[in-house]
Design a protein around this ligand. Sequence first.
Ligand code: GDP
Length: 442
Amino acid sequence: KQIRTNDIRTENSPLQIFVKAKKKINDIFLEIDDYVDDTVRFIDSLKDDHKIIAQEEVQKVEAYKDKVQGIRYVLKRDHMKVAFFGRTSNGKSTVINAMLRDKILPSGIGHTTNCFLQVEGSDGEEPYLMTEGSDIKQPVQSVGQLGHALCKEKLCESNLVRIFWPKSKCLLLRDDVVFVDSPGVDVTPNLDEWIDKHCLDADVFVLVANAESTLMLAEKNFFHKVSTKLSKPNIFILNNRWDASASEPEFLDEVRAQHQDRAVDFLARELRVYNTKDAEERVFFVSAKETLQARLKEQKGESAHSKSTAKHENIYEMTNYSDWLNFSLGGALAEGFQNRYFEFQDFERKFEECISKSAVKTKFEQHTQRGKHISTEIRQTLNEILDRTQKMKAEQMNAQKEVRDRLNFTEQQLILLTQEMKDKIHRMVEDVEQRVSKALNE
Ligand code: GDP
């Protein structure tokens, strides 16, 4: 039951908070872009009339066009970023592979990660990699070949190699999660440069610790540095290799409690990033290797399910956990696998909730403020132009009224004058008539 509900990711994944928010904010900025476009066109049609629009207003509105385009460009590329740290060989690459459900990063002896590796989704069907400072897309056929390609490059430990993996092959990548694997914190003294280059925009940090030993100073120091540069970073601690505990079951609870206390103490008291209760929710005991193995088998089972799953439609139809376990792993796993596997899933769920909420806040809050600012400023400019034209209209109406009044007055005067003239002429005619008739009589 658990496997069905937890393993098949649905649209209910917490990552959808980010995915949906990103779609929404992109749509809103498309509207803002249209609004700015309309305004620029409108202002352009009036810009020659300096009484209506000032030159500075034209420039101001035109500048918003570039700003909005810039924000839209950044928004399209915004993603959720998780960075993995820990000592060499604690299993960082294996954890990433387990989460991605595929052997993407090389791991194990001979494959020490000696630079930063970023795995991100690509739209094409073929994986490729790009090294820092180069635009060349190098095809990646297999993990072995990737390991080889990385050895071949002369890479410095703070360099970044970006691995583009088809989104169609992995749901986390489709949902815009970007994974960053780092060289072991025990390897380099160059932590400041690391943090400045690769960590300032990380939404979540995962410390992959080794459950077979205690947290080391190098690991702690790194996070002390991170928390001086970022206020309250989101940190998860994975006590990896917990499968080793199966060989000493009598000490299991004791060892777990000890690791748990130390990890909680580190997060709550030393770093002060969480209170004790929240810190407890951030510490997990897992086996990345087992989880990866199980998931790889599970995927194979899905495509070749006919023999072993004859009585089921597919692997997800198995409601009995031991059916599935026997099928997928052939009983080859250490005691307690089920708990470790569920704990890994629990980590993933909490991680997804945390990263999507954090990314929405850190990535979109600023853009939202800027979007609001731009639309308010444009509305204000348009309001000022409207006020100005209304004033001009009122002035014109006033001026027209004055002319009309004057015309009315003149008209009245003319009427009066005409009447007077008429009377005068009338009188003159009468006078002439009288005089003429008088002269005729005489
Ligand atoms: P990284 O250097 O931190 O990236 O470590 P890797 O992922 O390369 O792992 C180093 C070795 O530890 C590899 O051989 C892995 O197979 C092994 N490993 C990783 N996770 C586990 C685990 O949970 N249990 C066990 N037993 N081995 C593991």
